[in-house]
Design a protein around this ligand. Sequence first.
Ligand code: HEM
Length: 456
Amino acid sequence: MGSNRLYDATLRADVPGPSGSAHLNNLRFWMGQVDYSRKRLASYGDVPVVGVTLGNGSIVAVRGSAATKQVLGDVTTFEHLSDGPLALPTGQPYSTLFDATATLNGRRNVRSRKLLLPIMHRSAIHSYEKIVIRNFERSPFARPTGETFDLVAELDRLTNANMLACLIGLGDAEAELSERVTQLLVATMDPRVFLFRFGRRTPYGRWLRLVESVHRDLSALIDANRDAEPRVDALSILCHATDEDGRRLSTDEIVGELHGMLASGYLTTSVTMAWAMIALAGGHAQDELDSVIKETQRLMPTVPMSLPRRVMRDVDIQGTWVPRGALLFLSTYLEHRNPKVYDRPHEFDPTRWATVKPTPFEFFPYGAGARRCLGAAFAEMQLRTTFELLLQTGVPELLSTNLRHHMTGGVVAAPRGPVMMRMHPPGTAVRDSSAVLERFWRSLRRDGPGGRRGRS
Ligand code: HEM
């Protein structure tokens, strides 16, 4: 829509929702999507659309698999956000930095997905596996010496190294660049930046300098790789790719795609691995790995409320009218706790995956349909390879006793603060952390008005 406003608080919709000021509620939701959902949205269980504020159409969430399916199946009406915080000043060298698969819509999204497909091909994923093994072997997870470390920081380093080497063909020396991309993502989604767009010594001014520096450094990287021998990583593939008219991509197009991949793939993978690692340290065998990962993604989806959509026309969602211009989220976090699909939905129980078979609209940690996560296979390979090696290496022990989460980068729910652990030699008996984990899963239960009435 070209606007740099995230939402329009004057939009009306006949939706249930919590009372209060739309501006304040929107801000609370944006800063704490999980807590707002479980405390204030969960009780409206059976409606297809719930407002972040009663009767207000500025930010809404869809509920139930029928509404979820409708939104995911109609990429024309429900476009990925490309305005609001993502609107960059025009006429600058960096103006298209945010143009990438996740923010482009229509034919430009299809073209961009096509360009990136070779990077996610099975044979490419297979070749990345060797790099993931090598990076694991260099990490503290591979040393069962009882040394204490922060699993969040170490997984961050590990996934950064995997991402850089596999997808960009770079070594650890460039780790700072992808860290800067993540800093930029977090700053872009910070209300102090997108609500107050002025000044040079302000959060906005600092953000703009970060935009410039990321654009400049990615452009230099591409210029240096344009004429290098072809490799299987994204940087090389994009530098050598031609579009349907046989035209090579411009440096700015490649900058956008590389930035997009780093922004979509690094924090999400590192945080998903952190939640799964925390769950695994509760004591699980190799043959439970798949179901522990799935159960963790069910109860703590890293992207708990999907990427935001802009509603492009007035639309009827399963009987509720939603106005053009609304910002819409899918309620991954709440749908993954739907009692009609999951028995004892708030309990962490990996064994449920032997019998429960949710549809793609009832379990969707990577989204579903035409805009499903492009990096899911790469992320899953990293999770499985790393954790299989970890469980062969020794016994993980969780040392932190107080687990909490926070929202970062606008869409990601990450562990808050350091989470300490250590690795012991195989066969070591370690302290039982199940009570710590149990307390954490319980803290994520809904505790709003509907929760107290026990409606789900
Ligand atoms: C465990 C790690 C990951 C999780 C949980 C995750 C999750 C997601 C989710 C929920 C979406 C949006 C779905 C929607 O709202 O419709 C998405 C989109 C996307 N992801 Fe991932 N992601 C992960 C890793 C990656 C990696 C490693 C990459 C790339 C290298 C990547 C690239 C993308 C791209 C390009 C999109 C946009 C697709 C489109 O809009 O057409 N992701 N991801």
